[in-house]
Design a protein around this ligand. Structure first.
Ligand SMILES: [Zn+2]
Ligand SMILES: [Zn+2]
Length: 346
């Protein structure tokens, strides 16, 4: 395992930058906010809120996909970054196909995801579009020739979302429990997005603990060859049970992918939900929240009160009726952030 430990000065430049205009904007943060943001400089030290990134194997994202790191200044000056404005301020979630075994469970799960995203992107509203079935999207589909599970074509789903996107949307995110493929020659894809069009489609199918085992219930009989346009194969098709681990994984995917819609690239600074992930184990390793550098990027785009955002996130969790044990560590972490932000008032 390799630890990517950046020098405090390097992290300071990544967060504050060396240019005068950005340093000036940074100076407007309160003493407590700066204290929280600068906690990142001591990543990995005992009691620190933030941790350095660890690389566990060559199949991890950073060795497998070398990218230019994006510091705050690069983000700020990026010509294609997207900022919500008064007429484009809502994040829309569109579910495709069924979620959970019973309808009530689907509704609760999706509501829960909505609440979570709304707290995370505090200041923006997150709205649910009426659910659609796979057949309503008119997408192409196939049976994967190795894993024998059903897969739907991302390009068709993006075209569908483009038509569905409401006028006041900052972005639209399609989610499905059915596996995806981007083209015939590919085995699968977790998702596909377009930053300039403000839309993306993501699948949670592979977040099922059994997906990669022989016992996966989404495997069809080997010889089934459904006809294109005959969507009856999707009737009663297996969807993963909604466990707290699945919730945690889907929250991370949603916030990571919506983060990209602002123009926030993969994080290479600190352990962060914006880190790229190449496989499920790496994705599970990521924390639920943003590191200070990504937080400043989001804050600049949305303009929320930092303490209020943590407070709302902290209060959003216990109201959920779903099992939330996987969120406990994150809740404790949010309380520590709030302690720093509210030091003066105590
Ligand atoms: Zn990503
Ligand atoms: Zn980050």
């Amino acid at each position: 395992m390799k630890v990517i430990q950046h020098a405090p000065e390097k992290l300071r430049i990544a967060l504050v930058s060396n240019s005068q205009d950005l340093t000036k904007i940074y100076s407007k943060y309160t003493k407590e906010e700066k204290c929280l943001l600068e906690e990142g400089f001591h990543a990995g030290q005992p009691g620190s809120l933030f941790q350095p990134i660890t690389v566990h194997s060559d199949s991890d994202w950073i060795p497998a996909h070398p990218e230019e790191p994006q510091d705050f200044e690069t983000f700020y000056r990026y010509p294609y970054r997207q900022t919500p404005n008064e007429s484009h301020s809502a994040i829309y979630i569109q579910t495709i196909g069924s979620f959970g075994e019973v309808r009530a469970q689907t509704d609760q799960y999706v509501e829960w995801l909505r609440d979570y995203c709304q707290a995370f992107f505090y200041g923006l509203s997150v709205k649910l579009l009426p659910a659609v079935t796979v057949s309503e999207t008119g997408c192409s589909f196939r049976v994967n020739s190795n894993s024998y599970n059903l897969q739907i074509l991302t390009g068709d789903l993006l075209r569908f979302l483009e038509k569905r996107k409401p006028k006041d949307a900052f972005c639209i995110v399609g989610i499905t429990m059915i596996d995806l493929y981007p083209k015939e020659s590919w085995n699968f894809v977790f998702g596909e997005a377009s930053l300039t069009k403000g839309m993306g489609i993501f699948s949670f199918a592979r977040y099922d603990d059994n997906f990669y085992t022989r016992h996966y219930a989404g495997r069809l009989k080997k010889h089934l060859e459904p006809r294109q346009g005959d969507y009856s194969v999707f009737d009663g098709y297996y969807t993963p049970p909604i466990t707290s681990t699945l919730l945690l994984r889907s929250c991370k995917t949603m916030t990571h992918e919506i983060g990209h819609m602002f123009g926030i690239r993969h994080c290479q600074w600190l352990s962060c939900v914006m880190q790229g992930s190449n496989h499920l184990e790496e994705s599970d390793r990521r924390p639920l929240d943003f590191c200070p550098i990504c937080l400043r990027k989001l804050h600049t785009s949305v303009g929320f009160n930092i303490a209020k955002r943590y407070k709302v996130m902290n209060h959003t969790t216990p109201h959920f009726t779903k099992p939330t044990e996987a969120f406990h560590t994150s809740k404790l972490w949010l309380c520590r952030c709030l302690e720093i932000l509210e030091k003066e008032k105590q």
